[in-house]
Design a protein. Structure first.
Length: 232
């Protein structure tokens, strides 16, 4: 059990460091004001229009780093700062969320798969750890039948969250790539502004990478407990 807390603590520490770095990067690039004077909302509107998307609305949503694309009502939701401000960080986020809208409009397969997994993961992730734990309590590690099957069922449930976190990676990297390609091709930003947007998006992607690695590590730990970790 102590190794589990070290693992969880290590992952929590790394994800805290990366999200802190992300926040400081966003703060830094919020100071890089756009020469074209466009707000995040205006950039989003233009990117959607340039991609021939006319049925997606750009709206403002409260909070910080709350930006997201909602496929169910086709809205690009930008946090107040991103919606109103005219800087490299806002441009990056606005274009990234539009990248998701373009994925949706073009039925990008990883996004489709991710959307299908959402209702499953919502159910499994809340109880998978308890099911594995219950199976172990019932004697899974000793190879006792019923407990073993309960634990394996728990691991399968747990792996849904891991698969979800892995599928999230191409979805997020692709949205950023679409955003950066558009910003570059349409000459939206100066060289310095573009470099800032690129760096901000790179750090945003790293938070998803850390989450995926954490999910794999957690799954591996519990699999080891079920399939023989207790024998060492
Ligand atoms: Zn995204």
């Amino acid at each position: 059990m102590i190794r589990y807390y070290i693992l969880i603590g290590g992952i929590a520490l790394i994800s805290w460091l990366v999200s802190n770095k992300l926040k400081s990067k966003f703060k830094k690039y919020s100071q890089v004001h756009l020469r074209n004077g466009m707000s995040g909302a205006e950039i989003a509107e233009k990117m959607l229009a340039d991609n021939g998307i006319r049925d997606v609305k750009v709206i403002s949503t409260p909070g910080m780093l709350t930006d997201h694309y909602n496929p169910s009502n086709k809205t690009v939701n930008l946090s107040e700062g991103v919606y109103n401000q005219r800087n490299a960080a806002a441009a990056a986020v606005a274009a990234h969320e539009c990248g998701h809208a373009v994925q949706h409009a073009t039925a990008y397969q990883w996004l489709t798969m991710r959307s299908k997994l959402v209702p499953i993961v919502n159910i499994t992730s809340s109880m998978s750890t308890w099911v594995v734990f219950g199976g172990l309590a019932l004697g899974a590690a000793a190879g006792v039948g019923f407990g073993y099957y309960v634990a394996v069922a728990g691991l399968v449930m747990m792996s849904m969250a891991t698969i979800f976190s892995l599928i999230t990676l191409p979805v997020e990297y692709d949205a950023s790539n679409r955003a950066l390609a558009w910003l570059k091709n349409k000459n939206m930003l100066s060289q310095e502004e573009y470099a800032g947007s690129e760096d901000a998006l790179k750090w945003a992607a790293r938070t998803y990478l850390v989450a995926a690695i954490g999910s794999i590590a957690t799954l591996a730990y519990w699999a080891l407990q079920v399939f023989g970790g207790s024998r060492d």
